[in-house]
Design a protein around this ligand. Sequence first.
Ligand SMILES: C[S@@+](CC[C@H](N)C(=O)[O-])C[C@H]1O[C@@H](n2cnc3c(N)ncnc32)[C@H](O)[C@@H]1O
Length: 280
Amino acid sequence: MLITSEDIEKIIITIQNHSPYDFSGYSIKSFTRRIEKATFDFKLSIDEIIKKIKTDEIFTEKLAKGITVNTTELFRDPKVWHTLRYRVLNKFSENRRINIWHAGSSTGQEVYSMLILLNEMGLLEKANVFASDINTDVLEVAKKGVYNYRFNMEYFDNFNKVIRENPFNYDDYLDVPYSKYFNIEKEKDTISIKDFLKRKVVWLKHDLVNQSNIFDTKFDLILCRNVLIYFNNELQEKVIETFYNSLFRKGVLIIGIHESIIGLMANKFNKSGFVYTKKE
Ligand SMILES: C[S@@+](CC[C@H](N)C(=O)[O-])C[C@H]1O[C@@H](n2cnc3c(N)ncnc32)[C@H](O)[C@@H]1O
C-alpha cells in the first residue's frame, strides 16, 4: 500500500488529538514503516486506521505499542559493557549510593545485564535502579524476566565476553556459573532471571516525549540506548536536556553506539565515544 506524507501527518495529528501519545517528533521513515506494518497486521486501510483512532481507545493503544521498536538483548554490544565496567562503574565504587535510570528499557535485558555486572563488581547493594518505557507490554515482560531459551542462545556468548572474560587479559577467566543469575529450563525453553535481581528494579511507564524526570531523585548514570535513533533532531535535543537536568554533577549518560548528541546540548557534556559526562 502506498502511504503518502499527508497520510502520515493525518495519523500523527489524529493520535495527538485522541490519545496521550505524540509521535510528531519521531523519525518519519521509521514511523511510516511501522504504519505500513499496522495496515497489514490490522488489515485496515489508512482511512480506516484514522477512523478507528478517533473511536477506539484500545485500538489506538495497540497501534501506539506497535509503533515502538523493542529489539534488545542481554549484554547487547559487549564492548559497551566493558566500558561500563572498567571506565564508568568503577569510578562510582566509593559512592554511598549509585542511582541508575534505564530509559527505554524495553523487555528488561539491558537492566538485568547491569544488575549482573554490578553484582560481579560488588556494587549491587548500593545501587538504586529505575527502568522505564512508554510501552507497558514490554514492561510486563521485563518484570517477569522470563525469556525464550533457544531463540536467545547468543545471550550466553555475550555473558561470557562480559562476565567471564577479561578483554585486557585473556588468561584471566572467571568461571561464573549461569545458574548464579538464571534458572535455565531447556525443556520449557526458558531462561528466567533470579528473584534477587528482579527485586532490585523499580519499573515505570514513562514517555520521554512529554514527561521529564518523574523519579524524585537525580542519577549518577542514565542509559538510553537505541531510542534516540527513532526521534528527530528536535526531540533528541529535548530528551537529552531532560537527561542533563536529571544527572548529578559529573553524572554519566550512555547512548547507543550508533547515536550521538547533537546541537547545543553537545556542549554540556564531555564526550568519549558513547559515554557523555555532564560538565561541571
Ligand atoms: C530498540 S529498544 C531499546 C532497548 C534497550 N535500551 C537496548 O538498547 O537494548 C527502544 C525502546 O524505546 C522505547 N520508546 C520509544 N519511544 C519512547 C518514548 N517516547 N518514551 C519512552 N520509551 C520509548 C520503546 O518502547 C522500546 O522499548
